[in-house]
Design a binder for this molecule. Structure first.
Ligand SMILES: Cc1ncc(COP(=O)(O)O)c(C=O)c1O
Length: 399
């Protein structure tokens, strides 16, 4: 090899989804692989109007200057109001940090808390980028079992005792990849467990506003009495991922360390993006936008589930999420989703095989489907093709 790279990059392979994007970039492929918002749902007109207003105002040159690492104050204040929707009150400017996308919260938390070899508990399966980030910090992810309503609390306490982890990472609402949501009762218990074991939880909540049915549940952070939960909410799925804007909220000591880490990473989040999201929130554009986007996503989600019910063989099980962007599919144990993926791409349909979402990458009979970015017609055709691939892999029982 021409260059000598750092040890921390040694085991880092390209993120599975980025690799898949290369394979499925042909225009005639129906992709259920990504997690992109639908282009129909992006609020182009409002963002154009706001960007124009911001850049025409007397604050324009300030917006084009360097800013504070902590964030743009009007945006942070709007953010403190916004998180009340998740049941988080009584926070102030010391408790909040503007970040460049929710993914940065994971990175900055790892940077602030972890030494080489430290253990981090994750629900199994988990968001694959967290596994990727943990590798760059040479930390060790430990999987905790998952039930229909999210993380298994008995296994969580067992793993805490056994591994003495530094951090717990959860996506409690419409999880990526499973679409599962943790119940209110469990959320309260998770906050208690974190307090009892002095364990820091990163609650990653990018999907909570994308609810299509059922009742809203308060965040785990809303039950946190003693500062063990850091909450992050992104505007990627509700406004636009291209704005790279999100918030991290937590105890001021942790937020301070994250701020120092961020200073070294990217100085600050784009002031223009913060100013746009600030105006977006203050002008009251969020609720009408959510009404529009959730109607689009609900139709797509219902369509995908209906087609799966119609075409998939009964040996295949899947989640029925009340929101978010993903459906999680469990195939019979003997099937290998990596093999199915190659067959599916030949039939011009794609998904993400589930092994990338497991800390050890050792479960092969699962896959993730995204419903937000295909048309209803593509969903019908794509699910039909995928069903065919699955059926071709069914082993007939031997008599
Ligand atoms: C659970 C979860 N966390 C974080 C992110 C990163 O989002 P962003 O950095 O765009 O806010 C995603 C994106 O798909 C996600 O699914």
């Amino acid at each position: 090899m021409k260059y000598t790279f750092s040890d921390r990059m040694k085991d880092l392979s390209a993120n599975a989804i980025r690799e898949i994007f290369k394979l499925i970039s042909q225009p005639d492929i129906i992709s259920f692989a990504g997690g992109l918002p639908s282009t129909q749902a992006l609020p182009l007109e409002q963002v154009k109007e706001i960007a124009d207003a911001v850049l025409s105002s007397d604050k324009a040159v300030r917006i084009l200057q360097y800013g504070a690492t902590e964030g743009y104050k009007p945006f942070l204040e709007a953010g403190l109001k916004y998180i009340e929707r998740a049941g988080i009150y009584n926070q102030n400017l010391e408790n909040i940090l503007a970040i460049s996308g929710g993914q940065q919260a994971i990175d900055l938390m790892c940077k602030a808390l972890l030494n080489k070899g430290d253990k981090v508990l994750v629900e199994e399966p988990t968001y694959l980028a967290v596994l990727h980030i943990l590798k760059t910090y040479e930390a060790c992810p430990i999987g905790v079992k998952s039930e229909d309503d999210g993380i298994d609390l008995e296994d969580l306490e067992k793993k805490i005792m056994e591994h003495k982890p530094k951090m717990l990472y959860l996506v409690p609402t419409f999880s990526n990849p499973t679409g599962k949501t943790i119940t209110v009762e469990k959320r309260k218990k998770i906050a208690e467990i974190c307090q009892k074991h002095r364990l820091v939880l990163l609650e990653d909540d990018p999907y909570c506003e994308l609810r299509y049915e059922g009742e809203r549940v308060p965040s785990i952070k809303s039950f946190d009495k003693d500062g063990w939960v850091v909450y992050t909410i992104s505007f990627s799925k509700t406004i636009s991922p291209g704005l790279r804007t999100a918030l991290a909220v937590g105890d001021k000591e942790i937020i301070r360390k994250m701020t120092l880490g961020k200073q070294a990473t990217d100085v600050h989040t784009s002031l223009l993006s913060q100013a746009i999201v600030n105006e977006y929130l203050r002008r009251g554009y969020m609720d009408p936008q959510l009404e529009k986007s959730t109607a689009i996503y609900k139709e797509k989600k219902d369509c995908m589930l209906e087609k799966m019910d119609e075409y998939f063989p009964p040996c295949v099980k899947y989640t029925r999420p009340e929101g978010g962007l993903f459906i999680w599919v469990v195939l019979p144990k003997y099937m290998d989703a990596r093999k199915l993926f190659l067959q599916a791409v030949e039939k011009k349909v794609a998904f993400v095989d589930g092994s990338s979402f497991y800390p050890k990458g050792d479960i092969f009979n699962t896959l993730r489907l995204n419903f937000s970015n295909a048309t209803l017609e593509q969903i019908d055709t794509g699910i039909k093709r995928l069903a065919e691939v699955i059926k071709n892999n069914i082993k007939e029982p031997k008599n």
